[in-house]
Ligand binder design. Structure first.
Ligand SMILES: [Zn+2]
Length: 435
């Protein structure tokens, strides 16, 4: 099976200016890229599907570094436990398809809400039973007794396991991490700091102890897994860097020492601020009927401003800061994930090109897969886009502008059949960009 994208504007994910040319896909990989100026064009194999791109943008599929496919677009972050696992799995599979429909061909999970939801979803996608992105499956959140999401009440039976699994001491963390590995996760998620959503546990508070973080990263190293951390306090960020956590979410109150540590570890570590969940809670949650007292607003604003300031500094220091905005709440629903690129340009001082590199090439590095770039040998996870995202990043938020979505050389969404010279896009009156 082979596909030739002819005369595309190739935005290759490396940060290089887009170039005009052809991209040949054979099997699941990109076999050849040929700029229009090149003289040698290998004949495509017989039976090749030829896509006349007429200058439409061909770019790597987007990577979501902070996916919660089993979040249910609910009002409270902790309403999941009321949903039976059968319905919950169906919703998770629906979200997986939605992400692919929106151009996200890979997702790094930042916690499942029941222990096996991610694992089962990943396996079903990998077997081709359901459409979805490449998925690194996560555990539920591991934190301490009384930590963010520990909703147990002494007068009630603990019942079935909830979103957050409370552990105390390195032994319990080790056991929980090993159990998650037994069930087949790729990512162990820990919550070493507080969060604004739980007023009694503010963002600046550190919840896990040093030996508890060390216990989880030790299990991950032994089993070849990754560790992702919700770390807003300065001390929690330092612990995570010290013990080899792979990706730090938020890093809101990382102080000078924590930033120095992140900079020193920038070749192995990633940071993702998850701005959208905070920004939309502040500016858009009113339309969903969420209360916002002055005190709540002040807390959220403080978190937002601190995060933005920190990310600008980390950018200057060369740390790989990734998008991913904790989508899956009522006020920040699934499917809008590409919005994150605009937070990067509008709040954090990134150029559109830098935002795209973060969402593609760096995302591929986080996944540790040959994706995120349009180059020979890479897996063919590609988007054919009606328009130029460098001029308007919002194009990527509109699934109608994604003319083609390919994962591993197979179209999830095939471009419409075109007669020779046809330039009309699926959106009717718009022309595919030819500039
Ligand atoms: Zn999250």
């Amino acid at each position: 099976m082979s596909t030739l994208f002819r005369n595309a504007s190739v935005l290759d994910g490396t940060g290089a200016d887009p170039w005009r040319g052809d991209v040949l896909v054979e099997g699941e990989r990109i076999a050849e890229v040929t700029p229009a100026t090149a003289r040698t064009v290998r004949a495509s194999p017989p039976g090749t599907t030829i896509i006349e791109c007429n200058g439409a943008t061909l770019m790597p599929g987007l990577v979501e570094p902070h996916a919660h496919l089993s979040f249910l677009d609910q009002k409270s972050p902790f309403d999941f436990h009321a949903v039976p696992v059968e319905e919950h799995l169906l919703a998770t599979l629906r979200h997986a398809k939605l992400y692919l429909d929106q151009g996200f061909t890979a997702c790094f999970s930042a916690a499942a809400t029941k222990p096996r939801l991610d694992v089962v979803t990943r396996n079903a996608i990998d077997r081709g039973e359901f459409p979805g992105p490449r998925l690194l499956a996560a555990s539920v959140q591991l934190t301490v007794t009384g930590g963010v999401g520990d909703l147990r009440q002494l007068q009630l039976d603990p019942g079935e396991m909830m979103y957050t699994l409370p552990c105390d001491g390195p032994m319990e963390f080790r056991r929980a991490a090993r159990e998650a590995c037994r069930e087949g996760v790729d990512v162990l998620k820990i919550v070493p700091s507080g969060d604004t959503s739980t007023p009694a546990l503010p963002s600046g508070q550190t919840l896990m102890c040093d030996d508890e973080v060390a216990a989880v990263t030790e299990v991950a190293r032994e089993r070849g897994k990754r560790v992702a951390a919700h770390a807003r306090s300065a001390e929690s960020v330092k612990m995570c860097v010290r013990h080899g956590v792979d990706i730090i979410y938020h890093a809101t109150y990382a102080d000078g020492e924590a930033r120095d540590a992140l900079e020193a570890a920038k070749d192995r570590i990633f940071v993702a601020p998850a701005l959208s969940v905070t920004w939309t809670r502040l500016h858009e949650s009113g339309q969903y009927g969420l209360p916002s007292s002055d005190a709540i607003k002040a807390r959220i604003s403080r978190d937002l401003e601190a995060t933005v300031e920190c990310m600008r500094d980390l950018k200057r220091r060369g740390v790989r800061v990734l998008p991913g905005g904790d989508y899956g709440f009522m006020w920040n629903p699934h499917g809008r994930n590409a919005r994150d690129l605009r937070y990067f340009t509008d709040l954090m001082g990134y150029t559109p090109m830098e935002a795209i590199v973060a969402a593609t090439r760096w995302g591929g590095q986080l996944m540790r897969m040959p994706i995120g770039e349009v180059k020979a040998g890479a897996l063919a996870d590609l988007l054919l886009v009606d328009g130029d995202p460098l001029r308007d990043l919002a194009i990527l938020e509109d699934a109608r502008r994604l003319i083609g979505i390919m994962k591993g050389g197979a179209f999830h969404k095939a471009p419409p059949h075109q007669a020779a010279g046809e330039r009309r896009s699926t959106t009717g009156d718009r022309q595919w960009t030819t500039a």
